[in-house]
Design a protein around this ligand. Structure first.
Ligand code: HEC
Ligand code: HEC
Ligand code: HEC
Length: 212
């Protein structure tokens, strides 16, 4: 029998995923004691991979104390459940990252709307429509799916600050994403990294029949 793991996740206001749990608990850890070698704020906003922090990839076993996110001298690192224990049975994507979309769908986690359970930050309502982004040069097109996003996030997390809600209205590019803009506001921080799994976004083969 599988044990249900109880994780507190503030969904709408604070984005999501266990990385968020890590971030939340990271805050606790930092509150417990002044961080030795704490990161300057600018670096904290930089993408995960550029800070030597990681996604608990398949095959990697990195403890809370060594993850580069928590203060190793804080008391919380002693009592927090280890990610590789908590997330042992979670589904993985092709790059070995935890597939949080499947994890949610399979009811392995049951995130709250917010830290205190209130809906002050707005209610989520899942909508199911995709936007096809075709400005991808020789790469397959990008399918942006609203459904898996709006299961975690309110519309206001993205519209209008990150994306004007109109197909084609945003100058999205790969370099902007890798630098932490557009999709990169989340991907590479609380959602799967843009550098590790191109195919999860570039998932639609270009319509070569049009070229004939
Ligand atoms: C989080 C989703 C995501 C991931 C992962 C991702 N891309 Fe992209 N990519 C995009 C989006 C969105 C665009 C812009 C499409 C548009 O504006 O029509 C883009 C555009 C591009 C372009 C077009 C030129 C440019 O610079 O914008 C290339 C080439 C590209 N990606 C390559 C890659 C490669 C290689 C990988 C893997 C290392 C990758 N992408 C991973 C979302 C992603
Ligand atoms: C994770 C970010 C994100 C969230 C959350 C989100 N959207 Fe979007 N939305 C996008 C992106 C990306 C596009 C495409 C923009 C582009 O093509 O430049 C888009 C496009 C749209 C469009 C324009 C579609 C078209 O064909 O012109 C509408 C309308 C829209 N979103 C409504 C919503 C509503 C309503 C919600 C909440 C239920 C929502 N979105 C939540 C990212 C998001
Ligand atoms: C506000 C945060 C946010 C933004 C901005 C965002 N995403 Fe996501 N995205 C998420 C979260 C959270 C998930 C679920 C966690 C995960 O899969 O790592 C997700 C999952 C996905 C998935 C997986 C869907 C599935 O069914 O497995 C795709 C594809 C994706 N995003 C593409 C994009 C693209 C393309 C953009 C930019 C046009 C984008 N996202 C912008 C937060 C965001």
């Amino acid at each position: 029998m599988r044990e249900r793991i109880f994780i507190t996740i503030g969904r709408s206001a604070l984005l999501c995923g266990a990385l968020l749990v890590v971030l939340l608990t990271g805050t606790v850890a930092q509150a417990a004691g002044p961080a030795a070698g704490a990161m300057p704020p600018a670096e904290q906003n930089a993408p995960m991979w550029s800070r030597g922090q990681h996604f608990q990839l398949r095959g990697e076993i990195v403890s809370v104390a060594q993850d580069g996110i928590h203060d190793p001298t804080g008391e919380a690192v002693q009592i927090l459940q280890q990610p590789y224990e908590a997330m042992a049975g979670f589904p993985r994507d092709d790059a070995g990252m935890i597939d949080w979309v499947k994890t949610l769908r399979n009811h392995l986690i049951e995130p709250r709307m917010s830290v205190d359970g209130s809906t002050d930050g707005g209610e989520m309502f899942p909508v199911d429509f995709d936007v096809l982004l075709k400005n991808t040069q020789s790469m397959p097109w990008v399918r942006f799916p609203h459904l898996p996003h709006t299961e975690w996030l309110t519309c206001a997390n993205c519209h209008p600050a990150i994306f004007v809600p109109q197909a084609g209205a945003n100058p999205i590019s790969m370099s902007a994403i890798v630098q932490g803009d557009f999709c990169g506001v989340c991907h590479g921080k609380v959602a799967f990294a843009p550098t590790l799994n191109c195919g999860r976004c570039h998932s639609v083969p270009q319509d070569v029949t049009l070229l004939r």
